[in-house]
Design a protein. Structure first.
Length: 138
């Protein structure tokens, strides 16, 4: 007679049921129109309504959130959301990008922390103060 031994296993990301999955990324902004344009310029994104024009010549109202997309389809959809309050504390979530720190600074980013012995990336902030990490291209 063979006895079956039941082993306790721990669920992993690969085999656990999925109550949620990634959809979009949202950035809060006081001037959501300007910040959407900044991120488009910084990452080569475009406004979704330009890339995929709505039917019937519909125009997104200026006060609505602005969706921006990677025209190559590789990056996530980013919504730039208008909010009345200014950013006051460090982000709990942030973007990591591969890019040229100097070029991003020329576009209007600010240096928060330079790469050093403790970190292998630069920390910058967009024009509204949202921090993001910049990794050098390999």
């Amino acid at each position: 007679m063979t006895l079956a031994v039941k082993q306790k296993t721990t669920a992993t990301c690969d085999d656990s049921p999925m109550p949620a999955r990634f959809k979009d990324l949202c950035l809060d902004a006081n001037d959501h129109q300007a910040l959407a344009d900044w991120w488009c310029q910084a990452m080569g994104y475009v406004r979704k309504d330009v890339h995929e024009p709505p039917e019937d010549d519909w125009t997104r109202p200026a006060e609505w959130p602005v969706p921006i997309v990677d025209p190559a389809g590789a990056g996530p959809l980013i919504w730039v959301i208008p909010v009345p309050e200014k950013k006051t504390v460090k982000n709990r979530m942030h973007l990591d990008v591969i890019g040229d720190q100097e070029e991003l600074l020329k576009l209007g980013a600010t240096l928060v922390r330079r790469k050093d012995d403790d970190i292998e990336w630069d920390v910058l902030a967009d024009p509204e103060g949202n921090e993001f990490c910049v990794f050098a291209p390999r």
